[in-house]
Design a binder for this molecule. Structure first.
Ligand code: SF4
Ligand code: SF4
Length: 90
């Protein structure tokens, strides 16, 4: 599920935190969160994996990444929305 995050700097800390917390390795490829370039406008697109995809884990909504993000409130809001929408789908 992809969200627009205008305040995101693209630093990648969230993906490092996610992969280390869940897999014990600093590997963005394993992280549930991905930072994607936008064609225009401020910030980046943030994608949360809904299911395990190869090495990539599904986002559990644990919020471990939030503590490593400077615009943390914005990231926390996206995770809340991700969890809400996923529940809605059943
Ligand atoms: S909330 Fe999702 S993206 Fe963030 S650390 Fe937890 S599993 Fe990873
Ligand atoms: S969501 Fe936060 S931690 Fe992740 S790349 Fe963007 S600014 Fe960095």
């Amino acid at each position: 599920m992809v969200f627009d995050m205008p305040a995101c700097s693209g630093c990648g800390n969230c993906a490092m935190a996610c992969s280390f917390h869940h897999k014990g390795e600093f590997s963005p490829a394993m992280a549930a969160i991905s930072i994607l370039e936008k064609e225009d406008g401020r910030g980046f697109l943030i994608s949360f994996a809904e299911e395990n995809e190869g090495k990539k884990i599904a986002c559990t909504g644990c919020r471990e990444c939030v503590g490593q993000c400077h615009p943390s409130e914005e990231l926390a809001d996206l995770i809340k929305e991700f969890v809400r929408r996923r529940k809605e789908r059943g």
